[in-house]
Design a protein around this ligand. Sequence first.
Ligand code: FMN
Length: 179
Amino acid sequence: MKTIVIVAHPNLKESRANKTFIDSLSEQSHIDIHNLYQKYPDWNIDVEREHQLLLEYQRIVLLFPFYWYSSPPLLKKWFDDVMVYGWAFGPGGDHLKGKEFIIATTTGGKRKEYQAGGRNWFTISELLRPMQTTIQRCNGTFLPSFVMYNANLADEAQLTIEAGKFLNHIKSPLEAFDM
Ligand SMILES: Cc1cc2nc3c(=O)[nH]c(=O)nc-3n(C[C@H](O)[C@H](O)[C@H](O)COP(=O)(O)O)c2cc1C
């Protein structure tokens, strides 16, 4: 399946987790990488280009570090600019219909902190609801997300293991997701 991984990391040079995930994609012939902060350093998103790009892929993975319970801001702008009336929703807005979306994110927080009564109160699934709703409103198929918790404390071996899990997750066929 043709897959694009849209990366939104403001500081990839300092990244360990997201960088390891991206590196794990290098030998995947059906997976392309689209790095938003690299492509649009001025934040001036080429909407027509993004639309053409999205049309080429059946699966769209959004990879980013979790920042203040959400994504880094350029990804929010990408949603605002790209998911427009008449293209992504509304009359004639059926271009994303049936496309599969997967969110892959890394957190500083531990898994146990993301639950009722935990330090962050809510699960990642709860916190991702605005993105999920947007994707579903635009007729996309929202598949289970991939989360790496406690990313800053992971050693090289753990990063490699998580990168393998990430790769398996984003390559899994639709039927393999136990939803
Ligand atoms: C501005 C900023 C906001 C952050 N907000 C959160 C947060 O809300 N929850 C969390 O668990 N970690 C948060 N973190 C930690 C990052 O998610 C973590 O450093 C990142 O996932 C590690 O991935 P990397 O090695 O690819 O940078 C934040 C970090 C920064 C710089």
